[in-house]
Design a protein around this ligand. Structure first.
Ligand code: ATP
Ligand code: MG
Length: 655
């Protein structure tokens, strides 16, 4: 990572398209006064204090911020409870019978939990956890599919002041074991199994394997999702309890919300491992809720009657912040879907949008590229007219994918918020405010009000416009991580040591002459070709702008002459056959969009790209393949066979 963005990124993708906010949208937007940026900049603490009024406090805080870099305390001295803010306070007023969570199972079941229903269920779950011995401060690991019991379990933990650690249900027993041991969870909550593309994920079996090597675990609580017909599980006497038995073991009662300090840990969540060993990111209560609720309300322009659908899995931070905590703090209706986007067919997401009248849709570029690859026809049989705002997160979005999304899903009407953030940041940091900002496809536009970013060279100087550098955040923000659980030195080392007092994101970015931020991907992915620094992301976008290409991953490979050369792994759209003439066309396309310096030396066609379980392209493993190295940590890959196939193919063409 040392000097990957030290110099100029001389090869820049040219993107000239502009999308101003539609006038009607702008007129009614939650953020429609541009002075919000100036006011927040002049007095960020006052801005965050204003946002903090949206929470209910058991005890008001004394100070907005105490900052001893890199240690932050927000809303010092305050007391509150996250579950109270997400649930209890809403049942006292008009939202009592409003849908909090709309759930659709993969096989097609529906379940709607009003705020009142959620309150009833969360209290039952909290009482059950209490009886199992869970107290304030104890960690609870949660390894489930996307079922309503997942947010119920998380909120029950928050109610008791017990930090949860959700482990994505696609992880292996070994990955689960390592995460449970790292946070020393006392209780594990799981399901007997989960539905995925019609098959069954053996969640409980995986827990059994993992927990055999987890000395801290005393009890395992098991939700019955697929059984007993689809799957039998073994219940271990004295350790395992069925969720339905535990929740109904005593008459309903209200479990008082634990009054916790503003800085009390809310959860630990492990990053997705795109760049290496996952880190246990610790988030605390008040700042996190202020940050996620404010960003959710202003960026997604949340209105009382919106039906908001974020397609992430709750096992990732996007689900924590923008399916659960942000939306429910705001009293929103949050839709969750259990299964695969192409089951039973590739129009499932659009069927859901139509069925529930979804108004706000938030997904990932990788999902959009999958829909592009499948073809437009799947979008056409459904009425998508309820949609009014779209969002993306997870990777830079290629301008062509942005246009596809805007045209085929948004029908040209809906603004798109491209939101940049990380597990560590807890909340969105760089994003348009949809009523105020003219969009440029592929740019995440500007820092959120009160957030201050910079792009620095290796010496710590701001780089000139249109030059790539290290993206840093120059002042604390409320939802920032507080530490890496159990490893404060790594927290300091990894994020705060390169530029003292500034948060190092690990991502490269450039700013254009209008001040727009363009994320270039991870700093480690920047390549140096004959002295020119090239963001692989921009080359990928140039490739994706060719009509035959659905997705591309570009990496640097060693080259005797140029130091490094570019290799591209390209997934064609459905029905396109790879050929030498297509390779020539793709080279010409990159030359046209960026310049000859960015033209890939090698182009490989592959049906799939290796992805993390959070569906991000894993370039570091492609680099290992191309350089003939032993593969690095592959535990977080969705499908290891994809990489094995690419490796074989690559080696065949090389010899
Ligand atoms: P690890 O840190 O373990 O390697 P990860 O970085 O993939 O995993 P996340 O915290 O889920 O884990 O992802 C954050 C990263 O995702 C960002 O640092 C950035 O590289 C990328 N990202 C997220 N949103 C955007 C966006 N809108 N534009 C560009 N990149 C994005
Ligand atoms: Mg990261």
């Amino acid at each position: 990572m040392a000097d990957a963005t030290a110099g100029t990124i001389e090869a820049l993708l040219q993107e000239q398209r502009r999308y101003p906010p539609p006038p009607e949208f702008a007129a009614n937007a939650n953020a429609n006064d541009p002075s919000i940026y100036r006011r927040a900049e002049e007095d960020p603490e006052a801005f965050w204090a204003e946002q903090a009024k949206n929470l209910d406090w058991f005890k008001p805080y004394d100070r907005v911020l105490e900052w001893n870099p890199p240690w932050a305390k927000w809303f010092v001295g305050g007391e509150l409870n996250a579950c109270y803010n997400c649930v209890d306070r809403h049942i006292k007023g008009v939202r009592k019978n409003k849908a909090a969570i709309i759930w659709e199972g993969e096989p097609g079941e529906e379940r709607v939990l009003t705020y009142r229903d959620l309150y009833r269920e969360v209290n039952r779950a909290a009482a059950a956890l209490q009886r199992l011995g869970v107290k304030k401060g104890d960690r609870v690991a949660i390894y489930m599919g996307m079922v309503p019991e997942l947010p119920i379990a998380m909120l029950a933990c928050a109610r008791l002041g017990a930090p949860h650690s959700v482990v994505f249900g696609g992880f292996s027993p070994a990955a689960l074991r390592d995460r449970i041991n790292d946070c020393e969870a006392k209780v594990v909550i799981t399901c007997d199994g989960g539905y995925r593309r019609g098959g069954i994920v053996p969640l409980k079996d995986n827990v059994d394997t993992a927990v055999a090597e987890c000395p801290s675990v005393e009890k395992v609580l098991v939700v019955q999702r697929v059984g007993p017909t689809a799957k039998q599980v073994t219940m271990h006497e004295g350790r395992d309890i069925w969720w339905h038995d535990a929740l109904h073991a005593e008459p309903w009662r209200e479990v008082p919300c634990e009054r916790v300090d503003s800085e009390h840990p809310l959860y630990i969540l492990y990053t997705s491992g795109t760049t290496g060993k996952p880190k246990g990111v610790l988030h605390t209560t008040a700042g996190y809720l202020v940050g996620t609720s404010a960003t959710h309300r202003l960026i997604f322009d949340l209105k009382e009657d919106d039906v908001y659908f974020c397609t992430a899995d709750i096992g990732w931070v996007t689900g924590h912040s923008y399916i659960l905590y942000g939306p429910l703090t705001n009293g929103a209706t949050s839709l969750m879907y259990e299964g695969a986007p192409d089951y039973p067919d590739k129009d499932r997401m659009w069927a859901i949008v139509e069925k529930y009248g979804v108004t706000i849709y938030y997904t990932a570029p990788t999902a959009i590229r999958a829909h592009m690859r499948w073809g437009d026809e799947y979008t056409r049989h459904h009425d998508l007219s309820s949609l009014r705002l779209l969002g993306t997160v997870g990777e830079p979005i290629n301008p062509e994918a942005w246009i596809w999304y805007h045209t085929n899903i948004g029908k040209g009407r809906c603004p798109i918020v491209d939101t940049w953030w990380q597990t560590e940041t807890g909340m969105i940091l760089i994003t348009p405010l949809p009523g105020l900002v003219t969009l440029k496809p592929g740019s995440a536009t500007f820092p959120f009000p009160g957030v201050s970013a910079a792009i620095l060279d290796e010496a710590g100087n701001p780089v000139p416009n249109n030059t790539g550098g290290n993206l840093v955040i120059t002042r604390p923000w409320p939802a920032m991580m507080r530490t890496i659980y159990g490893d404060p030195e790594r927290y300091v080392q990894q994020y705060w040591s390169k530029y003292p007092g500034m948060y190092l994101t690990g991502d490269g970015a450039r700013r254009d002459d209008d001040g727009y931020y363009w994320l270039l991907g991870r700093v480690d992915d920047v390549v140096n070709v004959a002295g020119h620094r090239i963001g692989t992301m921009e080359v990928e976008s140039a490739l994706v702008s060719h009509p035959s290409v659905a997705e591309a991953a570009v990496i640097g490979i060693s080259d005797e002459l140029k130091g490094q050369a570019l290799a591209a792994f390209v997934t064609p759209r459905s029905g396109v056959k790879p050929s030498d003439s297509l390779i020539q066309e793709l080279r010409a396309q990159v030359t046209k969009e960026i310049g000859p310096i960015a033209r890939p030396d090698k182009i490989f066609f592959t049906a799939e790209l290796p992805k993390t379980r959070s569906a991000k392209i894993m370039r570091r493993l492609l680099r290992d393949v191309a350089e003939g190295r032993v593969l690095g940590d592959t535990t977080t890959l969705t499908d290891p066979t994809v990489l094995a196939d690419i490796k074989r193919q690559y080696e065949e063409t090389e010899t």
